[in-house]
Design a protein around this ligand. Structure first.
Ligand code: C2E
Ligand code: CA
Ligand code: CA
Length: 408
């Protein structure tokens, strides 16, 4: 772990140059080789937003002019910052404890809060716990999914799409399916995307994965059509792919070569980090749009997607994250936010899809809020491609059992 940690990017934030210098020196003594400094919160945020690899550890002063440490924590939360945090300050221990609790309440990974001046031995004890970014990006299941085993599986075409139906909330017809990648491993059994998508993104394999899935989804859709089943297919795309300016051409060529028509395909874009530079993705999204491929912004309500991006980026569908939808069932305030988000997206001409609808109550809630389509276990779990035509044919029967007729 020591050697992994030594390569991790560390950022020290303090408005006093002397503290920056001594802290950086201590970190160097502790074996951290990639140490950066920022003199204020804005500089720190700018650095964090663009750092590649991501910043794994931040040491920040609480008292700074302009944007203070508390505001900085809020900004970290909004960005979904996953690294570890150490707070320090000249304030009394009660203030430090409060700041620490606030950061925890925001689900940030706080290693501790210490008073100034920092001491080498104190820091060394705290930093022994560092490494949450490393744990999240692959170090978590090293034996199950390695970059090598994943690369081999992609090359051999072992990854397959399963499909989850999307239902129109008014007509109750099956309008589309979402392709969700699965890895049926010969040695490990079925492996789910949460375990290997981050590895693919980290090791430059995500485009190959996307194109493999696209190829299989196109072939499967053609087969369904031969069986008389017409469905739009949504494929997931990482935001990372949208920084590659050749991406639209490659998708376009793909659809031209295959039997699939662009109108039949939709891309669901998930953001795994904040978009600092909008020009690259905007260029790519617009060209996909010109190719008549419909675009959906995924996981809305979590992570980094925000209202400004709705205004500036050419999405025609918004997918509400399931945590957002399920939160609205129990919490008034989440519901209020959900209501106004839906209203705003509609004014921008977007279609709204709710994912994670698990019960009839969930369905009724999102229907009352004005959602257009629904996806979730209440309708169906993701299914292998071969099962879809039969499922679609049986849907009217299933539908009747799901929605009890009102007595009159
Ligand atoms: P997502 O795009 O938000 O997909 C929805 C996830 O929620 C899927 O998990 C699905 O199986 C699950 N789900 C659907 N309905 C319900 C429900 O009613 N309740 C609950 N609790 N869960 C439900 P899955 O298949 O494990 O995929 C996880 C994530 O992995 C996806 O989230 C997506 O971000 C990513 N992913 C999946 N396939 C691909 C792919 O081909 N390419 C890329 N880049 N990412 C993918
Ligand atoms: Ca999706
Ligand atoms: Ca989601």
């Amino acid at each position: 772990m020591k050697s992994l940690l030594s390569g991790m990017s560390v950022l020290v934030v303090d408005d006093e140059p002397f503290i920056l210098e001594t802290t950086a020196f201590m970190l160097d003594r502790l074996g951290f080789k990639n140490v950066f400094t920022a003199e204020n919160a804005l500089q720190a945020l700018g650095f964090i937003d663009t750092a590649d690899p991501p910043v794994g550890l931040v040491l920040s002063d609480l008292n700074m002019p302009d944007v203070d440490g508390v505001e900085l924590l809020r900004q970290f939360d909004e960005r979904g910052f996953e690294g570890d945090i150490v707070l320090f300050s000249g304030e009394d221990s009660r203030t430090l404890n409060m700041a620490e609790s606030l950061a925890r309440a925001r689900n940030l990974s706080v290693l501790g809060a210490v008073s100034k001046p920092l001491k080498l031995d104190e820091l060394s004890v705290l930093l022994a716990k560092a490494g949450s970014v490393l744990r999240k990006t692959g170090a978590s299941a090293p034996n199950l999914v390695t970059p090598e085993s994943l690369a081999a599986a992609i090359k051999a075409g072992e990854l397959v799409p399963w499909f989850q139906p999307k239902i129109d909330i008014v007509s109750k017809e099956v309008v589309a399916v979402e392709a969700l990648v699965r890895w049926p491993s010969k040695t490990e059994g079925m492996i789910f995307p949460d375990q290997f998508i981050p590895v693919a993104e980290e090791h430059g394999m995500i485009d190959d994965l996307t194109f493999l899935l696209m190829e299989k989804a196109v072939a499967t859709e053609a087969e369904w059509r031969r069986q008389g089943v017409n469905l739009k297919v949504a494929v997931n795309v990482s935001m990372d792919s949208l920084y590659d300016l050749t991406f639209p051409e490659r998708i376009g060529e793909y659809l031209n070569k295959s039997e699939g028509s662009a109108l039949q395909f939709q891309l669901e874009v998930t953001e795994s980090r904040l978009m600092e530079d909008l020009i690259g993705p905007l260029d790519v999204l617009l060209r996909l749009r010109l190719k008549k491929i419909s675009l959906s912004i995924d996981d809305f309500g979590t992570g980094h997607s925000n209202l400004t991006q709705l205004r500036d980026l050419p999405f025609d569908e918004l997918k509400l994250d399931r945590s957002f939808v399920q939160g609205a069932a129990t919490d008034e305030r989440t519901r209020a936010i959900l209501e106004s988000t839906i209203m705003m997206a509609k004014k921008l001409g977007m279609k709204i899809v709710s994912e994670g609808v698990e019960t009839l109550d969930d369905w009724n809630l999102v229907a009352s809020l004005g959602c257009d389509q629904v996806q979730g276990y209440f309708i169906s779990r993701p299914l292998p491609g071969d099962d879809i035509p039969a499922w679609v044919k049986n849907w009217p029967t299933l539908c009747e059992s799901l929605f009890p007729k009102l007595e009159d």
